[in-house]
Design a protein around this ligand. Structure first.
Ligand SMILES: Cc1cc2nc3c(=O)[nH]c(=O)nc-3n(C[C@H](O)[C@H](O)[C@H](O)COP(=O)(O)OP(=O)(O)OC[C@H]3O[C@@H](n4cnc5c(N)ncnc54)[C@H](O)[C@@H]3O)c2cc1C
Length: 425
């Protein structure tokens, strides 16, 4: 595209793509730095909180924690857990409060670097823009992924990803296999079992912090212990599935309690042969590693109390785990789906990113962002909201606000160099 043709394009200094929490936070910090910008959102503000999650979902962290510093939840007890609709309303109110320049219903389809001049040509569903800087705020969880273990076919169970799960009534009658024991998998399995379904839950490695300990929520403990601030670990070691729940007022995810309730625990789902699913023999190890993670956090919390002389009540019962359930001591290694009446599989197996619309220089050979703390290897492109962008908390509500501040500051600094005028003699 020639510079001539680009002269037709709307010119924006900074284009932020996406108006979830990451885009709203970026807009706030750009405004604070006096940087003109536009946010384009293909659907509505905080769309994923509105329509990308199941009906009964509440925030995993308490309202005092899972929010931006500039606004409290108006209608949620600070120690309570906001519903997904309250979270969406919160970000809409926040965008209004900061007068974020958001244009909804516009999708960004490609960003290409100009030749011979700075900035990018941005193609959207509503025309072409010319942007000096582009911030990708399109979310940590863009493309649902699940392994192609069970072939689709008329005789196969219904298979959906957790992002398409809404409520138990959506699934055909019968038993359900939920694959994945992070926060989504355990909450969906719990809800399905409570609705009267027979549920099998395939449990992989996970962390399971206590919901609260010695009177403080785990979000507080991760904060004072510096664990939210853990810096980006080595590539490949960054994904920790964390099993927590704010459902029913919040509780510690406890696989023994789930088993007692009637959920049949199984190991990682490995392969499928002729109607039969095979599970790994790792269930006991995964449960034991999750227990060790819980106990390690209690140890760290106790040390912190000791060191700081804090007046927090002791809670020895938090260390009582109880005996392993039969599904752990006598693990089910095979499941004949038809014989067990399994009519649905819910894959709570995570998400991938999709940045195929960005210039190739911003991505590595696998299509993953090349960046340092959100500053892309492709100058002028930025990322916010990625897991572990700068720290463990980066993809969560409170964490993205701090990362967005860094990115807006970086852009402001770049602009100050670019607008420098040498003094005239
Ligand atoms: C089930 C679940 C529960 C969670 N619970 C919590 C919680 O309790 N607390 C917490 O802190 N975190 C939670 N998270 C993690 C995180 O807070 C959310 O995933 C959050 O939605 C991420 O915000 P984001 O702005 O980075 O991305 P998103 O919310 O995904 O927003 C990205 C936006 O970009 C738009 N977009 C995408 N592509 C384009 C394009 N090409 N052009 C224009 N617009 C585009 C999308 O429509 C979307 O609105 C949860 C995540 C999941 C999956």
């Amino acid at each position: 595209m020639s510079p001539q043709q680009d002269q037709q394009a709307e010119v924006v200094e900074v284009l932020v793509v996406g108006a979830g929490q990451a885009g709203v936070a970026t807009s706030e910090h750009l405004s604070d730095n006096g940087v003109p910008h536009l946010v384009l959102e293909r659907e509505r503000i905080a769309e994923r909180w509105r329509t990308g999650r199941w009906d009964s979902l509440v925030a995993n962290g308490p309202a005092w924690h899972d929010r931006f510093p500039g606004l409290e939840f108006p209608d949620v007890d600070p120690d309570g857990f906001a519903t997904k609709d309250q979270v969406a309303a919160y970000f809409e109110a926040y965008a209004e409060k900061i007068a974020a320049p958001i244009r909804t219903g516009v999708e960004v389809t490609s960003v290409t670097r100009h030749e011979g001049r700075p900035g990018f040509r941005v193609e959207t569903s509503d025309g072409v823009l010319d942007a000096r800087f582009v911030v990708a705020a399109t979310g940590p969880f863009q493309r649902p992924v699940f392994p192609p273990i069970v072939p689709a076919g008329p005789a196969s169970p219904l298979q959906i990803h957790s992002s398409d799960y809404r409520n138990p009534d959506q699934l055909p009658e019968g038993a359900v296999l939920v694959v994945g024991a992070g926060s989504s998998g355990v909450q969906i399995a719990d809800e399905l079992q409570r609705s009267g379904r027979q549920v099998f839950l395939s449990v992989g490695p996970h962390d399971r912090p206590p919901r609260s300990y010695r009177g403080r929520d785990f979000c507080w403990w991760l904060g004072v212990l510096g664990l939210w601030d853990l810096e980006t670990p080595a590539a490949g070691a960054e994904h920790v599935t964390i099993a927590v729940s704010g459902a029913r007022g919040g509780h510690t995810v406890d696989f023994r309690a789930l088993a007692e309730q009637g959920v049949r625990l199984v190991g990682m789902t490995e392969r499928y042969d002729d109607g039969v699913l095979h599970f790994r023999t790792d269930l006991a190890d995964n449960i034991a590693a999750g227990d060790a993670n819980l106990l390690a956090l209690l140890d760290q919390a106790d040390e912190w109390v000791q060191r700081n002389g804090a007046d927090l009540p002791e809670e020895p019962e938090a260390r009582v785990l109880g005996p392993d359930p039969a599904s752990v001591t006598d693990p089910l290694l095979e499941l004949d789906l038809a014989a067990a009446g399994v009519t649905s599989i819910v894959w709570a197996t995570g998400f991938a990113t999709d940045y195929s619309w960005l210039p190739a220089g911003a991505l590595d050979e696998s299509g993953r962002p090349r960046h340092r703390r959100g500053v892309s290897a492709e100058p002028g492109i930025y990322f916010v909201g990625l897991p572990w962008l700068s720290r463990r908390g980066s993809s969560f509500i409170w964490g993205v606000w701090h990362d967005a501040k860094h990115i807006a500051g970086h852009i402001a600094t770049q602009r100050s160099y670019l607008t420098y005028q040498a003094p005239t003699a």
